[in-house]
Design a protein. Structure first.
Length: 151
């Protein structure tokens, strides 16, 4: 399967609770995110629309892989003026592999990820949870699993 080969060739990033994902650290400024993400590819910064004046201005930093012409962002980071970097979304096809405590969260079939999450929870005597869309994931407030159709 070509998808598996492509996944194996990508960078591997690790998620660490309250710390960050790969080279991106929670709390970074927009400039720091652009600098850190620049190792992956070119960046594009845009301001997110504010739903209410009480919310802090927020920027969306899209990172596109070098050499990938007109592809979706490999990584999208959200940065608040007040809190700094608070969210990192990795694309399942174009983004880096993201690992959580020893298992891959990105680039897997939904049933394989579910099996891995359940095995991890049993081995670690931990909990797991399902999203409203039915995706299994670690019981960690910093991780949200969302499926992405490929092919």
């Amino acid at each position: 399967m070509a998808f598996t080969t492509e996944v194996a060739e990508r960078d591997e990033w690790f998620y660490s609770l309250t710390v960050g994902v790969g080279p991106l650290r929670f709390g970074m400024t927009v400039d720091e995110v652009v600098e850190a993400a620049g190792t992956l590819g070119r960046t594009k910064v845009g301001e997110c629309a504010r739903g209410h004046p009480v919310f802090s201005p927020t920027w969306k930093v899209e990172v596109h892989r070098r050499g990938a012409v007109s592809s979706p962002p490999a990584v999208t980071a959200y940065v608040s003026q007040v809190a700094g970097l608070f969210c990192v979304a990795a694309d399942a096809v174009h983004g880096p592999q993201v690992a959580y405590d020893g298992f891959q969260l990105v680039g897997k079939d939904r049933s394989e990820l579910e099996s891995d999450v359940i095995a991890y929870a049993e081995a670690m005597d931990a909990y797991f949870r399902y999203t409203p869309d039915g995706y299994a994931g670690p019981d960690d407030p910093g991780v949200v699993i969302r499926g992405q159709l490929v092919g």
